[in-house]
Every structure is written in structure tokens, then in C-alpha cells.
Design a protein around this ligand. Structure first.
Ligand code: TYD
Length: 136
């Protein structure tokens, strides 16, 4: 079973002129099919609260700070603080995750498949039961 991990992207440039970061080729564990972004999320709101059957994705805080809490089947909870535009959090399939954002956060997600509601597991008990069957 794969686990979530941080990917460091190149940071090209310098303080006086700004930076470019790039996600391409060997740094990515999958072929990219979709990019979406999330913004204007109030600090009081927790988003996510689901896992996926097939979706793998990389979350990048291109602005602000995002606290991501993950749980893989049968594993303890992990917390990741994303606050650098040159790092991403890879989340494999069957990764239960929730996110909280600072008011200025922009989250970019790089994903391996198109949006499919049928790929979501939105009920935590269903996630736990499925995980017991799949990862026993
Ligand atoms: P969801 O993935 O549940 O958001 P989050 O993980 O940030 O809580 O998606 C929220 C809504 O947006 C849901 O109704 C589905 C819709 N949506 C799309 O239509 N296309 C997409 O690519 C994504 C990511 C979500």
C-alpha cells in the first residue's frame, strides 16, 4: 500500500525577481488528466472528508497555508502543513483526507483522472469497512 508523501518541485529564480516552480515528468507518479483549484475557503471550514477508489492526486498550496490530515487504511492519522509553493503532497488512492485553509490559500490539485462522483467514498464508516476488506 502506498502512503502520502511530500514532493519537492524545482524553485527557479531568486528573491529579487520571483520564482517559477514546475511539476513535470519524473517528479510526478502518474500521468496528469486534470488540474483543479480551490480558493476563498473560510478558515472555519474543513473540506474533503472523503477517499477515492482510483483517484491519485497532488495538493499544492500555491498561496497561503493548508493543513491536510490523512488516514490510510489501518494506519494512524498524519498531518501535513503545506505552505511552500514548491512542494506538493501526493495522496494515493484510499487516502481519507480533510483540509483546512488560511483565508488567502489557493490549493492546486493535480490528478490522474477526470472528475467522477462514483469514485468518491464519502462515508467514513464505509471507508473503514472497505479498507478492512481490501487491505486485510
Ligand atoms: P469535492 O471534491 O467534494 O471538494 P473538496 O474535496 O474540496 O471538499 O467537490 C466539491 C464539489 O465540486 C462536488 O459537488 C463535486 C464538484 N467538483 C466537480 O464538479 N469537478 C471537480 O473536478 C471537482 C474536484 C469537484
Amino acid at each position: 500500500m502506498d502512503t502520502p508523501y511530500i514532493i519537492q518541485f524545482p524553485k527557479i529564480g531568486k528573491t529579487i525577481e520571483g520564482y517559477i516552480s514546475v511539476a513535470e515528468n519524473d517528479l510526478l507518479p502518474f500521468d496528469v488528466k486534470r488540474v483543479y483549484w480551490t480558493y476563498f475557503t473560510p478558515e472555519s471550514i474543513s473540506r474533503g472528508g472523503h477517499a477515492h477508489h482510483e483517484l491519485e492526486q497532488i495538493l499544492v498550496a500555491v498561496a497561503g497555508k493548508i493543513i491536510v490530515t490523512t488516514r490510510m487504511p489501518g494506519e494512524p492519522e498524519q498531518k501535513f502543513a503545506l505552505d511552500s509553493a514548491n512542494q506538493g503532497l501526493y495522496m494515493p488512492k484510499y487516502c481519507w483526507h480533510t483540509m483546512q485553509y488560511t483565508h488567502n490559500s489557493v490549493q492546486m490539485c493535480i490528478a490522474n483522472m477526470s472528475y467522477q462522483e462514483s469514485d468518491y467514498i464519502r462515508d467514513y464508516q464505509e471507508f473503514v469497512s472497505l479498507a478492512e476488506v481490501i487491505f486485510k
